[in-house]
Design a protein around this ligand. Sequence first.
Ligand code: ADP
Length: 447
Amino acid sequence: MFEKVLIANRGEVALRIHRACKEMGIQTVAVHSTADNDAMHVRLADESVCIGPPPASQSYLNIPAIISAAIIANADAIHPGYGFLSEDANFAAIVEEHGFTFIGPSPDHMRIMGDKIAAKAAMVDAGVPVVPGSKDALTDMQSARNMAEEIGYPVLLKAAGGGGGRGMKIVERPDELAAAFSAARSEAAAYFGNDTIYMEKFLTGPRHIEIQVMGDSFGNAISMGERDCSLQRRHQKVLEEAGSPALNDDQRDSISKISRTAVENLGYSGAGTLEFLFQDGEFYFIEMNTRLQVEHPVTEMVTGIDIVREQIMVADGAALSLRQEDITISGHAIECRINAESPIDFTPSPGLITDYHPPGGLGVRVDSGLYSGYRVPSSYDSLVSKLIVHGATRNECLMRLRRSLEEYVIGGIETTIPLLQRVIVDPDFINGDYDIGWLEKFVEAEE
Ligand code: ADP
């Protein structure tokens, strides 16, 4: 087993990985920018190395600095967390070339899934249903026009190298296509350094359902059930549930099995997530994330499986510790993402935390690096805490969530807690009756 793991990330996910390592008797090395000198992940790690100034491009994305830190600290393996370099196949390859283990899938699998066109093609081959649309890159207007006619408007133009919900263009009518086509290409180039775009049928009221999977290097694969991540703002997830209030057991079992079989067919090793849109009883694959997801805790709560521990074991060459028949889903779990932002207009709200009191009690988990006296830097993503509740039923979860959000004190900055409090008492939400467009409408109606 590894003796020392370097955690190439910050914030709550760096802490999450640190905790798994400690329970496994593994030493941890934190890396950090100068903006994070006092961050909790740095304080708790056994060792820490400063890798650069605040901008992520010079620190958390600085591959030479991270590799140097791993050499100095004599680490065995590197866990990338999520975001930053976690889906960078070149980084994974460089890590391996330097004699460290990358805690994640092979660079080849990362490359395929990092190109959404290639990912969809691989999934079609593996027997997974995908959103109707172009099978290749769209390079000219004529083929875009033909494809749109074939699948029918509205259509969505997406970047092959896209992520983070950015760079998507909805096209409602044929006369909007030309302008959207060139805008999508230039945005793709600007955001992702790659102007390759493709087209999908735009689904008008789907839910976002994803399946947590895990494979090992012996060809075994498991599915750990679904998460419903339909509560989104600007295509970014805000609240996630396991299981989905929208699925019946047949639908649940069927998509779980399809996903597990795909992972087996692909020979994929490590943790991953297959993301689907679900509408009118049908699932449509949109992408696969080849890393730990922000929302992995809801799956952990209902399965009792420590996903980070499994990632580390599998990367170390062990077989999965569980077979599919060992996995049972117990109760329901909900995660809320708490951002350092105005709950009204979502402007970032970094600054000094003057008071901090997280909720606790039965079925409550808080994954956060916040503490009283900590200063939330302005240089990074605004996610500062994840509140996760687990209960025997969805109703029990909702009660627990309501009282936990009431208890949670984060003083000194604005957070999205008040918005979450309003959402979870809305009758639609209570009934589980929401699609990916619901939250945007809820926020607009409040303005
Ligand atoms: P990213 O990698 O940028 O997160 P995804 O392909 O995962 O992009 O899509 C993110 C979100 O965008 C989805 O959860 C969904 O809300 C919306 N979306 C993506 N594809 C479609 C589609 N074909 N129709 C409708 N909404 C879509």
